[in-house]
Design a protein around this ligand. Structure first.
Ligand SMILES: [Zn+2]
Length: 280
């Protein structure tokens, strides 16, 4: 089941940092914190004068026909009065999917430009490339592109049950799918085999792709898979996994928020398992 694409298209350009486009949506960041108004909406122009000129200003997308422009100031500046820092996770359910997609891209780009102010090869100040989403060194030509970190996440099925686990940092009672970052030189499928082996102590088989989701913590691309249990007994990895277990499709614990890839995978698999049980 592939989620419908939200009404947001990627774009890039260093044009119009001055706010000449009165219809543009302006995403303003202090470090990686997005400034929002008291109603959780993007504040209207103009930029609070006490912030001064941004370090970076560029166009990063189009949302329902409106240009999306971002301005980034260095972390550590005080948030102007009347505004607060909007968190991506808490805006789920408050913002429509297109706005969330724009925020996910902008948040990752804010981190990227702040981490590439100076060239990693020669140390000179970097500039925004004109034709592509890149920070470019005017001295040596080195280019830094936004980093994307793939994560394999998997729902494992055993008869009419699925494997769910909880990390120590989850909210109380919540369980989710196991996941881990793809290592250099590793395929997404090999990563899933390794992560499930390391975190749960079992072997899996018959991996099939489900869907993917950009996740701006800090620049992940979640690659969702469903797989079948093959062998072994569950052993939770110490320090990483607080608890894990097999959960029947109709007796699930607290799940991640609606709209997350993990939640969509869990609901899809459990719906299939329920239908299968009804047919028996
Ligand atoms: Zn350089």
């Amino acid at each position: 089941m592939i989620a419908a694409a939200p009404d947001f298209e990627l774009a890039y350009g260093i044009a119009d940092p001055s706010g000449l486009d009165k219809h543009a949506l302006i995403f303003q960041f202090i470090g990686q914190k997005l400034l929002i108004g008291p109603d959780a909406a993007l504040p209207h122009q103009p930029t609070p004068p006490e912030l001064g000129n941004p370090l970076w200003a560029f166009r990063f997308g189009v949302l329902a026909g409106r240009n999306c422009v971002m301005r980034v100031w260095p972390a550590g500046l005080a948030i102007p009065s009347g505004l607060s820092a909007g968190d991506y996770r808490t805006l789920w359910g408050q913002w429509p999917p297109g706005y969330l997609a724009a925020f996910a891209r902008a948040k990752q780009l804010a981190a990227w430009v702040l981490h590439n102010r100076f060239c990693g090869a020669c140390g000179k100040a970097m500039e925004a490339a004109r034709a592509e989403t890149a920070c470019e060194c005017p001295a040596c030509g080195y280019k830094a592109y936004p980093r994307i970190s793939p994560v394999s996440i998997g729902i494992i099925i055993k008869d009419d049950e699925i494997l769910l686990a909880r990390s120590p940092h989850f909210v109380p009672g919540m369980y989710s799918a196991l996941a881990g970052f793809v290592e250099a030189g590793e395929s997404a499928e090999a990563c899933l085999h390794r992560e499930i082996r390391e975190e749960a102590g079992i072997e899996i088989r018959n991996i099939r792709y489900f869907d993917s989701q950009s996740w701006p913590y800090p620049h992940s691309l979640m690659l969702g898979f469903i797989a079948d249990y093959h062998s072994g007994d569950l052993v939770a990895q110490e320090g990483e996994i607080e608890d894990l277990g097999w959960f029947r499709f109709d007796a699930l614990p607290v799940l991640p928020h609606a709209g997350s890839l993990a939640r969509r995978m869990i609901e899809s698999v459990c719906k299939t398992l329920a239908e299968k049980t009804r047919r028996l």
